[in-house]
Design a protein around this ligand. Structure first.
Ligand SMILES: [Zn+2]
Length: 304
């Protein structure tokens, strides 16, 4: 090899080493802009139970901000803040309940128009809908439909990870089917049992459970809307407890008022078991462990 040839050979080698190193560098850094190998979709969920569903389906391909998660806040009364607006402005996917439950989110969305952002409106997607009752996530059937829609939107935003989303959805559906089985099992033992409800939220489960809800609907609706229930409905609800016409009191802890606290107090005095339910998902739970734990508590309260 002549000295000139040797020089060009070593130059070629140096170039190849450089190329290899560049390739290594790219593979290692992964998340660089324009690199499609590890996409992370920014998601905002108006309520933490939807945030949990999208987190379970999206895994490490989503970055989720859930707005309503404080157990001491009544979601029916929530007002959004600047931080919420910033999060929504950056989001590629927004999940809201809609149906009048979180109108503040619609305001945030129209405040930062973005034609490429996808929005899931759970109430519109839900197949099971009760009259004047926007709490559609309390129906396990609806949770399955909503999860399916969320999966489709994630695939639209990140088609490369479609198989992962599908397999995560399948796992979630298996867990949701177990809750359905639990509901069927409770129904087979306790159908037609008379119960009291403080708020409309649990109607999405009391129906499938076959329970007989005695509390006047107007009473439950007023509590959900943050209004004073009509006086005659308060008397009826009180009497049902005091005369022990109901076997359990299902109590929404997140929408408690002086009127519901009196029912709770009277139930305690008459040794009527109280089953606490919440509007949003408690800390440290998943959607399915939340629903399952509440049903276990109900089953125990209903007795053998
Ligand atoms: Zn409610």
């Amino acid at each position: 090899m002549s000295s000139r040839k040797r020089l060009s050979f070593s130059l070629l080698c140096a170039c190849m080493v450089l190329l290899l190193c560049t390739a290594c560098g790219n593979a290692g850094s992964g998340g660089n802009a324009g690199n499609t190998t590890s996409k992370v979709i920014s998601v905002v969920a108006a309520e933490n139970f939807y945030g949990d569903l999208v987190q379970q389906i999206g895994g490490n391909h989503v970055d989720v901000v859930s707005i309503l998660s404080d157990p001491d806040v009544d979601p029916h009364e929530y007002e959004s803040n600047v931080q919420n607006a910033t999060a929504v402005a950056k989001a590629q996917l927004v999940i809201e309940n809609s149906g009048g439950y979180d109108d503040w989110m619609d305001k945030l969305l129209s405040g930062s128009p973005n034609s490429s952002r996808l929005v899931v409106k759970a109430f519109d997607v839900a197949r099971v809908k009760l009259e004047d009752n926007e709490h559609v996530w309390y129906s396990i059937d609806n949770a399955q439909t909503i999860a399916q829609t969320i999966t489709e939107r994630l695939k639209q935003l990140d088609s490369a990870d479609a198989a992962t989303f599908d397999s995560n959805l399948q796992k979630l559906n298996t867990a949701l089917q177990q809750i359905q089985q639990k509901i069927t099992a409770i129904k087979s033992k306790h159908a037609n049992t008379p119960v009291a409800l403080t708020e409309t939220i649990f109607l999405y489960q009391s129906g499938p459970l076959g329970l007989h809800v005695l509390t006047p609907t107007e009473f439950q609706k007023a509590v959900a809307e943050g209004n004073d229930p009509p006086a005659n409905t308060v008397i009826t609800a009180d009497d049902q407890i005091n005369q022990q016409q109901v076997k359990v009191l299902i109590y929404n802890e997140q929408t408690s008022t002086a009127v519901t606290l009196k029912l709770q107090h009277d139930a305690q005095a008459h040794h009527i078991p109280i089953v606490a339910v919440t509007e949003t998902m408690p800390k440290g739970k998943t959607y399915q462990s939340w629903m399952s734990d509440q049903l276990t508590a109900l089953e125990q309260a209903l007795g053998a």
